[in-house]
Design a protein around this ligand. Structure first.
Ligand SMILES: [Zn+2]
Ligand SMILES: [Zn+2]
Length: 218
């Protein structure tokens, strides 16, 4: 509602414009190949496993993100989370469609909200992203994942701590397709996506492909 009456400003540069001005939309830093085929980290040349993921047990078959998590993307995602602006969701979807090839799966799902945080906002960008992407890909959406408990904030934790923090946090309710695209807004260490993929695998999914809007690249 407020969208319609307030003068609009770009959530990245603050200029009076649409919620994301066309200059900022075109400048969002797309992730470009070559990539690690498995975990999606940008690499100097195409590899099947990279230094980052070799030797790690990953529950997902692949992970792809559309943009690097820089300051502009951080501002964009914060606005999307806090203000539930539908045009930001549409912009995120357009960039994912531009950068990430459609996953070869039967169904699309998303990382579910933390019980405390998601409900307060009554709005969950990963679900919105999953629904809009599924429509573009011509695939159904399912929501079999639940959180068993709230996780501590991942910020400031090491990779091993992040893994422990989210281990066993997800449960699956109901049947799961054999191949699933798992959508989230940001891929940081991959610990959360991996824990969710692991729950889907234990419930019978044979292949899980992660798709996120943004990705932290170290
Ligand atoms: Zn702008
Ligand atoms: Zn890798």
């Amino acid at each position: 509602m407020l969208d319609l009456v307030l003068p609009q400003r770009c959530v990245v540069c603050g200029k009076r414009s649409t919620q994301l001005c066309s200059a900022c939309l075109s400048r969002l830093p797309r992730i470009e190949p070559p990539l690690c085929e498995r975990c999606g980290t940008p690499t100097a040349w195409p590899v099947r496993r990279c230094r980052d993921c070799a030797g790690r047990r990953l529950a997902f078959a692949s992970a792809r993100g559309a943009v690097h998590y820089d300051d502009a993307v951080r501002a964009f995602i914060a606005a999307w989370k806090e203000r539930a602006l539908r045009r930001l969701a549409a912009a995120a979807v357009s960039v994912v469609i531009e950068v990430v090839p459609p996953p070869k799966v039967e169904v699309v799902t998303f990382v579910p909200p933390d019980p405390d945080r998601g409900l307060k906002r009554g709005h969950h960008p990963p679900r919105q992203l999953a629904e809009l992407l599924a429509a573009q890909w011509g695939l159904p959406v399912a929501s079999p994942l639940r959180r068993r408990r709230a996780a501590k904030r991942q910020r400031g934790l090491s990779r091993a701590e992040r893994r422990r923090n989210v281990a066993g946090i997800f449960a699956v309710k109901g049947p799961v397709a054999s191949s699933v695209a798992l959508v989230d807004d940001v891929f940081t260490s991959g610990a959360t996506a991996n824990a969710a993929a692991s729950a889907l695998r234990k419930a019978g999914a044979r292949r899980v492909e992660i798709v996120t809007f943004a990705r932290v690249v170290r």
